[in-house]
Design a protein around this ligand. Structure first.
Ligand code: ADP
Ligand code: MG
Length: 472
């Protein structure tokens, strides 16, 4: 990127540049010289010039992801181009398409300038209140499926009538990357659209704890607690992180009571149902069950395909149905990883200026599996298998011919080979000092069962899901 090629600009030309269109056209000429055609078409052509004021070129992008991508991969080129075309003090700011309809006036009033790569400047909207909500999370782009049906329906009802349904608190739980944050933030965003005067706040239980500690240190606990008691809608994400934090739990308990008594809406998320939140004050876990607890399950195949289609459209990617179906069939554990795969595919294609083909998709899926392998350990696998089959963990290493223990051990060996980079020898050693031929035998037995027995296939797949869910 150091040797950027730039077309010579006649200084006299600059005085002729008057409007956003011609400035952007000129920028494109330079950018085209420095990126591949595919990159140019994918990332730069969809950008629209909007206005030019005092050396600040405002452009419109299809979505936030676009900006992040450009900022990460092409900021040098963009910066140099802007400097070249608009001079050293030239600036670039952007707006997102779906904000286009907003009155320009409002955008200006609510906008702030954030310095990114000097002197390229981006502009982003500040919400009316400090809600911490990400406007990207909406019901519109939340795909419905069997796994999230109840949670999604309840979320809709709450958005129509916050605090007024029996779903209070609304407690959403499920594994990582399944859409809890997306769903609960969508409720917040929708409530604000429908009831602009409601005071809505979203934060993770971690941020809540940090703020609380700061409030203690600066003697502002009353102010802190008063602030949250005054909300109409309190959304706390990942409530499981309050475990072990007794003081914060105690304060939260009082805030919860105040809000609940005055029929204010409380929305919580967690990785487990309330009953299983061991280490959380029982006064809290019992209250969490007063309203509605709804789980989110991993998406089934059709839903995974729908999500991929939707995201591909969002990113402006053209990907064949065959490829989307291949990805959906390969990545089963969670939605974040599905998205990650699509982005990685786009990256692989655009950075190496390759077409998006099924081969490239296969390679990308493999890369993702390798990334995952780095994180999973044999111990994690052993633990997950034993938990799933309800077997004490030490049993798996014992010399026994008990059927269920042999199965657990074989499964654990099989997953260790599939999901980690460990050698057969290392795997054997982990399971009571068995040699590598035992591991090979275990793997082929499991594969045989998987191919011949539907029940076994389901079992194996759900254990794999469980293991992968924890490490993505
Ligand atoms: P969690 O909070 O459960 O770990 P997130 O809400 O962060 O999961 O979701 C992970 C990613 O997957 C996000 O980018 C989110 O937008 C996306 N996602 C999750 N569920 C859905 C869905 N049903 N439809 C579309 N996108 C989804
Ligand atoms: Mg989350």
């Amino acid at each position: 990127m150091d040797n950027l090629k730039f077309i010579n600009l006649e200084p006299a030309d600059q005085s002729l540049i008057l409007d956003a269109n011609s400035v952007w056209k000129r920028c494109l000429t330079h950018i085209k010289e420095n990126v591949t055609l595919m990159t140019y078409n994918t990332w730069f052509l969809p950008i629209r010039p909007v206005s030019l004021e005092d050396g600040n070129l405002k452009v419109q992008l299809p979505n936030q992801f676009f900006w992040e991508w450009i900022d990460e991969h092409f900021s040098t080129i963009v910066k140099k181009t802007i400097n070249l075309v608009l001079g050293e003090s030239g600036k670039l700011s952007y707006i997102i398409s779906d904000e286009k309809e907003q009155k320009e006036e409002e955008v200006v009033r609510q906008s702030r300038i954030v310095e990114v790569a000097k002197p390229v400047v981006i502009e982003s909207k500040i919400p009316k209140h400090e809600t911490n909500l990400n406007p990207r999370y909406k019901f519109d782009n939340f795909i419905k499926g069997e796994g999230n049906q109840l949670a999604r329906a309840a979320a809709g009802a709450i958005s129509d009538n916050p605090g007024g349904t029996s779903f209070n608190p609304f407690f959403v739980y499920g594994g990582v990357g399944l859409g809890k944050t997306h769903l609960i933030q969508s409720i917040g965003n929708t409530i604000l659209e429908k009831f602009p005067d409601k005071k809505v706040i979203y934060l993770s239980s971690d941020s809540f704890t940090v703020e609380f500690v700061e409030a203690i240190q600066s003697n502002r606990v009353n102010e802190f607690s008063g602030f949250y008691r005054n909300m109409d809608v309190l959304i706390i994400d990942d409530i499981q992180f309050l475990i072990g934090k007794e003081k914060t739990q105690d304060l939260f308990f009082h805030i919860f009571n105040t809000l609940h008594q005055s029929r204010k809406q409380i929305i919580l998320s967690s990785d487990k149902p309330p009953k299983e939140l061991k280490g959380l004050d029982e006064r809290l876990t019992s209250r969490f069950q007063w309203g509605l607890s709804a789980d989110i399950q991993p998406p089934e195949l059709e839903m995974r395909i729908a999500i991929l289609k939707n995201k591909a459209e969002d990113y402006g990617m053209r990907v064949s149905t065959e490829i989307l179906e291949f990805i959906a069939a390969s990545i089963t554990s969670n939605i974040r990883e599905l998205e990650g795969c699509l982005i990685k595919l786009l990256a692989n294609a655009s950075l190496n200026s390759k077409e998006i083909t099924i081969e490239l998709a296969k390679k990308t899926v493999k890369e993702i599996a390798t990334d995952r392998k780095i994180n999973i350990t044999i111990d994690d696998i052993s633990k997950a298998v034993c938990q799933y089959l309800n077997i004490a963990e030490n049993k798996i290493r014992e010399k026994t011919r008990k059927k269920e223990i042999v199965l657990a051990r074989q499964l654990a060996m099989y997953f260790s080979k599939e999901l980690t980079k460990s050698s057969l020898k290392t795997i054997g050693l982990h399971f009571g000092g068995r040699d590598h031929s035992t591991v090979i035998h275990a793997c082929s037995s499991i594969e045989l069962m998987r191919n011949n027995d539907n029940y076994m296939r389901d079992l194996i797949d759900s254990i794999r899901n469980k293991i992968e869910l924890n490490y993505s």
